[in-house]
Write a protein that binds this ligand. Structure first.
Ligand code: GAP
Length: 440
């Protein structure tokens, strides 16, 4: 099995992701996030939010509506300019393909003749209002940042901000992708973590360079291997319609180097267009410079789903012959998901040594109740202790506590570290503090 198939299989088997509406055969290349997937996703979003809002000054947050006036999308250029893919159709099997992804002039499925490329807009239409005839046609947002631009004045005034400042937002976005593919890499419903930095036009280049470095550092700090990440300058001809300059942060996926985040200098494209279309003057009066201008926007735009995919790939390890190298394990391949401690979906596992000794099980359940309010925990009593350690390693659980016969006498237990496999005995009374210290 190749790495991609292994990750997809692990993700399904252990509850990270499931195909959406699976009992109906799946739907539109959408994915659901299972019990471990939602924990991992929440941890990624928390790590991003904390990094952006706590480690930087002049940064605030926002949570704007997914549904907005259709005028927003006229002003942003998403209905007209460049937010469309070139599409060709096979005249024989009628399958459609992105023109820029084709390697031959024939249909890759049946070798049929292809039509000329046509522009296909990626916005998802929807109708708002109970009476169909009178309902307003609008769109599910294709990027979260537009909610930030239309609230520029509200945020500025309510928070008494001065330029430069930034606004962060995490939320769902939708695109009617022609060829969703590569597991959760390209889907039609996904989540973005976007930050918009409003600055003086003359300082745009300085801030652009600053944010590229900051965003790269974020991935490295969460354990992404240096050799798997690179910065690629977007050529002028490939720039999105709103950008003056852009770079892609790319990850080395099993299917090649691909974008996981974009940093864009959007110039005054958004604020000047929203001013034009809404009739509201969104220029900023800079008291220090005694100057009125449209601030330039430096945007960092990361995908939650793509980050999750990257963290799974990046942390996946197989250990042939097992980590303990016992003869029993000699033929086995053990899986270790070496996720960063901030990201691991389960922090602590609680394992009674055996499950047929009621006193031991009772004690283990008490430990579970003790830890549960403080950490994401998993209680597991099925199978041999070795097998249970391996099950926890496979999902990246950081610490496994084992309740054994000594526990009943001394009120202590063993804590096993995922990465070193070292075991320490810790008093149950000290356990919460001990783990908190480890997880700092
Ligand atoms: N506001 C700018 C913007 O949306 P983008 O390069 O189109 O820029 C930013 O998207 C990020 O959103 C991408 O780097 C990717 O992580 C994520 N993304 C975009 N389209 C996606 C899709 N169809 N499926 C999953 N993630 C996607």
């Amino acid at each position: 099995m190749d790495l991609m198939s292994k990750i997809i299989s692990l993700a399904k088997r252990r509850g990270f992701t499931f195909p959406s509406s699976e009992i109906y055969g799946g739907f539109g290349s959408c994915y659901d996030f299972g019990p471990l997937g939602v924990e991992l996703k929440n941890n990624i979003k928390k790590a991003w939010w904390e990094e952006m809002t706590r480690n930087h000054e002049n940064m605030v947050g926002l949570d704007s509506a997914i549904l907005m006036s259709p005028k927003v999308w006229q002003a942003s250029g998403h209905l007209t300019a460049g937010f469309a893919d070139e599409l060709v159709e096979c005249k024989k099997c009628h399958k459609r393909f992105k023109a820029d992804e084709l390697k031959t002039p024939k249909c890759p499925e049946c070798q049929g003749v292809l039509t000329q490329p046509r522009r296909f807009n990626l916005m998802m239409k929807t109708f708002v209002g109970p009476v169909e005839k009178e309902a307003v046609q609008t769109y599910l947002r294709a990027e979260t940042c537009q909610g930030i631009y239309v609230n520029f004045e509200n945020v500025l005034n309510s928070m008494r901000l001065k330029i430069p400042f930034g606004v962060c937002q995490i939320g769902k976005a939708f695109r009617n992708e022609i060829t969703p593919k590569d597991f959760i890499y390209r889907t039609r419903e996904f989540e973005q973590m976007e930050m918009q930095w409003f600055c003086h036009p003359k300082e745009a280049t300085k801030w652009f360079n600053f944010w590229v470095k900051e965003r790269r550092r974020w991935y490295f700090n969460l354990g992404v291997k240096k050799e798997n990440l690179r910065i690629k300058e977007v050529l002028k001809k490939d720039l999105p319609h709103y950008a003056k300059k852009a770079i892609d942060i790319e990850y080395k996926f099993p299917f090649g180097w691909r974008e996981i985040e974009g940093v864009h200098n959007r110039g005054d494209w958004d604020l000047s267009n929203h001013s034009k279309y809404s009739g509201k003057d969104l220029k900023y009066f800079d008291e220090e410079r005694d100057e009125k201008y449209f601030p330039y926007i430096i945007e960092t735009s990361a995908g939650v789903d793509r980050s999750l995919f990257v963290f799974l790939l990046n942390s996946y390890q197989e250990i042939k012959g097992g980590r303990t190298k016992t003869t029993k394990a000699a033929k086995e391949v053990e899986i270790l998901l070496k996720l960063d401690k901030k990201l691991a979906p389960i922090k602590v596992a609680i394992l009674p040594l055996v499950r047929n000794k009621p006193k031991l099980v009772k004690k283990a359940k008490e430990v579970y109740q003790l830890l549960k309010p403080h950490f994401t925990c998993q209680y597991d009593e099925l199978g041999s202790i070795g097998r249970r350690y391996r099950r926890q390693d496979e999902i990246g659980t950081l610490y496994a506590t084992t309740i054994d016969f000594e526990t009943l006498k001394k009120d202590d237990l063993t804590v096993r570290d995922r990465d070193t496999m070292a075991q320490e005995r810790v008093k149950i009374d000290d356990l919460v503090e001990f783990l908190k210290e480890k997880l700092k």
